[in-house]
Design a protein around this ligand. Structure first.
Ligand code: S3P
Length: 179
């Protein structure tokens, strides 16, 4: 890829944005930015602490700033939080700064991945398939609006997903719009 557009990973919690983003960045020799990590650095608080102490509205405001800053870079791989796409301005900024790839996974897979950690305030109390499916359903329209391509990470190792994304970005496949 000759251009310097960012590659931006969006998708629900537990779809592998951070892990896959890091490997993708490594494979491409590009810097990696994780907007949640940036928010934690700037605020000096964990994402859970921001939600607990200041609420979701404050988190979303920090998230907007982090998206803007990350998208001002060039040539980076950027992993975003699962809810970043719920803001139209975030989508606009992301679209203007690069190519948006959405990672997906089945609700059962998401559940098994997120239950290992308790760092996701929105699923802190209820990690049921019902809750995950509800949230997924609310978010789907935003992911579809934002992404040019979808990659299901449910059944593959991260390396394999990275290979598929690289193949797609190099223009060797039309694996887009999978939903
Ligand atoms: C959120 C997803 C989280 C984090 C925050 C809110 C969401 O990021 O930004 O807890 O609204 O879906 P991950 O998608 O990396 O878990």
């Amino acid at each position: 890829m000759a251009d310097r557009a960012n590659i931006i990973l969006i998708g629900f919690m537990g779809t592998g944005k951070t892990a896959i983003g890091k490997r993708l960045a490594q494979a491409l020799g590009r810097p990696f930015i994780d907007t949640d990590k940036e928010i934690e650095k700037v605020t000096g608080m964990s994402i859970a602490q921001i939600f607990n102490k200041h609420g979701e509205i404050r988190f979303r405001s920090e998230e907007r700033i982090a998206i803007k800053k990350a998208c001002a870079s060039r040539n980076a791989v950027i992993a975003t939080g699962g809810g970043a796409v719920m803001d139209v301005d975030n989508i606009k900024i992301m679209k203007n700064s690069g190519r948006i790839i959405c990672l997906t996974a089945r609700p059962e897979v998401i559940q098994s991945r997120i239950k290992r950690k308790d760092n996701r305030p929105l699923l802190h109390r209820d990690k049921s398939i019902k809750k995950i499916s509800e949230l997924l359903c609310q978010r789907e329209v935003f992911y579809k609006q934002a992404a040019e391509a979808f990659f299901d990470t449910s059944d593959e190792e991260h390396e394999q997903v990275v290979d598929r994304i690289l193949h797609y970005l190099r223009g060797n496949t039309n694996e887009s719009c999978g939903g």
